[in-house]
Design a protein around this ligand. Structure first.
Ligand code: MF3
Ligand code: CO
Length: 249
């Protein structure tokens, strides 16, 4: 069942999402060669808690950390560690926070120092795919109009969308109905209605779409070792006009 949110509930979700956005902005500034992913995780946790919020991922299905860090061929759900970032890497930073019982969830992929132009293009196309998906998140459309817009843009650029992980409804739980795939025919699924809050999160591989999960049981990597990028926003469907992006500053 889809849990529709009232305007006052969306106001609380906006606070949670704003914490995520602010902390991601700080983390982006901290990403540089020589930094470890554990350092980013500690910074994320202290900045979330100093805002009176609670890390959403820590303890979720026994996930051990505040932040997910996905470097290069890692797609999503990489666990922070002593790994040292190096020039030319890309890193996905995926963060969730809880405020007043409601979740916010957002992710970005950023460059570590200078990166190759073809890598930068993967990151750019993934961010554009998210923006095009959000553009479709309007009353009158159906859920798969979002999915289709993402897939179309990614495949036009010659990349693959990951199908084994999907976006999701979000609210009092991190993952609510409906699932929001990054692929599909347009015009299918539930009609988009005011009060729906969705986490839209394209995961895009430079090579093939297949992924596998490492022995740590969390880190998803591309099966072919190609690079992967991920962006995510928490958005609220409005009574009219464009969706409100709750996780944007
Ligand atoms: N943004 C991711 C998601 O929506 C984060 C989940 S990581 C987990 O699935 F550790 F919390 F599982
Ligand atoms: Co999510």
């Amino acid at each position: 069942m889809i849990e529709y949110k009232t305007p006052s509930e969306i106001a609380v979700m906006a606070k949670a999402s704003r914490v995520v956005a602010e902390v991601l902005e700080i983390l982006k500034g901290a990403v540089k060669p020589g930094v470890t992913t554990d350092e980013l995780d500690r910074l994320a946790e202290s900045e979330i808690r100093s805002r009176g919020a609670v890390p959403a991922f820590k303890g979720y299905r026994n996930y051990p950390k505040t932040l997910c860090v996905s470097v290069n061929e890692q797609v999503v759900h990489g666990i922070p560690s002593k790994r040292v970032l190096k020039e030319g890497d890309i890193i996905g930073l995926d963060l969730g926070a809880i405020v007043g019982g409601f979740y916010g969830d957002s992710a970005v992929t950023v460059a570590v120092g200078r990166i190759e132009e073809k890598t930068a293009n993967l990151v750019r196309v993934t961010q554009e795919a998210l923006a095009l998906g959000i553009e479709q998140a309007v009353v009158g459309n159906r859920l798969s109009d979002i999915s289709h817009a993402v897939q179309r843009h990614v495949e036009a650029a010659g990349y693959s969308v990951v199908t084994e992980f999907v976006g999701h409804g979000i609210g009092r739980q991190l993952h609510e109905e409906p699932q929001v795939p990054n692929y599909g025919k347009p015009g299918q699924g539930p009609r988009l209605q005011p009060g729906m809050v969705l986490a839209i999160e394209p995961m895009v591989n430079m090579g093939g779409p297949a992924v596998r999960v490492l022995d740590d049981r969390w880190t998803a990597v591309t099966a072919d070792g190609s690079l992967s990028a991920h962006f995510e926003h928490t958005i609220a469907i409005q009574p009219s006009g464009p969706a409100r992006v709750l996780s944007r500053l």
